[in-house]
Design a protein around this ligand. Structure first.
Ligand SMILES: [Zn+2]
Length: 351
């Protein structure tokens, strides 16, 4: 099953990228294909993220269902997409019917709205998880039902934490996604339709990850509980298994810099960065195999603000992925007259 994930101009590229990465990481028969309209770079650069993009202008933009499906249709024509392939639009626009997402059966076209989730989940949520939930839910519904009437006949008007909850009251969406499950009635429908096991497995595994992520965040705040951070210098990744397998990719310099601050629990005064040049060079060498001192030199040459820029880029990636509250333990930050430091207790750090 081929599923093309595309976006309109009101969906920020960063949101698109996060959704696509999570989907494409899920293993199974559903093959997710990147939009051919975005020249997305697959390596570890973050220069393509345009934060201004998609903001403010989408606020009062409304489209009809058919206008949203037209965007999918135009994409199909432009790139000669097979009619059996599925096209999923991540849209930054609202729709007149005020739905989160919907499907056009005839065309195998779908959309999900990427905005306004904070109204229901607060600003701490990583929106790409919610969008991935919808993508998987619609693909499963497509397998189970052959028309919109069939779907409408099977929806639950009273929310019970099932994929088929209609969510007339939009606030019910939180129950549906926190559960990320199907009720016994719907499980029977799934059994009767002979949905391939590996298809179901892919849907349920991703849902499980989403559920884990949302529930852990809520509990972590409540219990003030920390998740582990697993640092992999050679892959240049920071991995947070307890927050729903969140993976943050860093550039080589960012990785070396982060490692340096992890190695100094008491923090580092940016003015004395030069004292750590040897350690920094060592970390950079392990990551890149490049022991050229000039490659690390500009990091601690404070006058050109490279260090501050690196810190703000690392911190932005962490906040984008973890939300502000959780990220506050992992970012490199300066409080009062203290040096810059990472707060996380090092017993939660695996290197
Ligand atoms: Zn159900």
């Amino acid at each position: 099953m081929n599923v093309h994930i595309i976006r309109d101009e009101h969906c920020p590229l960063a949101v698109y990228q996060n959704v696509f990465e999570k989907l494409s990481k899920s293993a199974g028969v559903i093959r997710f294909i990147k939009s051919m309209d975005d020249a997305l770079i697959t390596d570890d650069t973050d220069d393509m993220f345009d934060e201004k993009e998609g903001e403010s202008k989408n606020k009062y933009r409304f489209l009809s269902f058919s206008q949203l499906y037209d965007i999918c249709e135009n994409y199909r024509k432009k790139h000669s997409i097979d009619k059996n392939d599925h096209v999923f639009l991540l849209s930054g626009a609202n729709n007149y019917q005020n739905w989160f997402s919907n499907m056009d059966y005839q065309g195998n076209n779908y959309f999900v709205q990427v905005t306004e989730w904070e109204l229901f989940f607060g600003t701490e949520i990583e929106v790409s998880f919610l969008l991935c939930y919808h993508v998987m839910a619609w693909l499963l519904k497509r397998k189970l039902f052959s028309s919109e009437d069939e779907v409408m006949a099977a929806v639950h008007t009273k929310a019970k934490g099932c994929m088929m909850d209609f969510c007339q009251d939009k606030r019910d969406i939180t129950l549906k996604i926190r559960t990320a499950d199907v009720c016994p009635v719907c499980l029977n429908i799934i059994k009767s339709k002979d949905v391939p096991f590996n298809f179901l497995n892919q849907v349920f595994s991703l849902w499980e990850e989403i559920r884990k992520n949302i529930v852990f965040r809520e509990r972590a705040e409540f219990l003030n509980k920390m998740g582990r951070i697993i640092i992999n210098p050679s892959k240049k990744t920071l991995f947070f298994p307890e927050y729903g397998d969140i993976l943050v990719k860093l550039q080589p310099k960012e990785m070396a810099f982060y490692q340096l601050f992890i190695s100094e629990p008491n923090g580092i005064n940016l003015n004395s960065l030069r004292d750590h040049a040897k350690t920094l060079k060592h970390y950079y060498f392990i990551i890149t195999g490049n022991d050229d001192i000039s490659a690390t030199e500009n990091i601690y040459a404070i006058h050109d603000n490279v260090a501050s820029q690196l810190i703000s880029r690392i911190n932005k990636k962490l906040v984008d992925n973890l939300g502000e509250t959780l990220a506050s333990y992992y970012i490199i930050e300066r409080t009062m007259n203290e040096p810059h430091k990472i707060l996380i207790n090092r017993e939660y750090v695996n290197l």
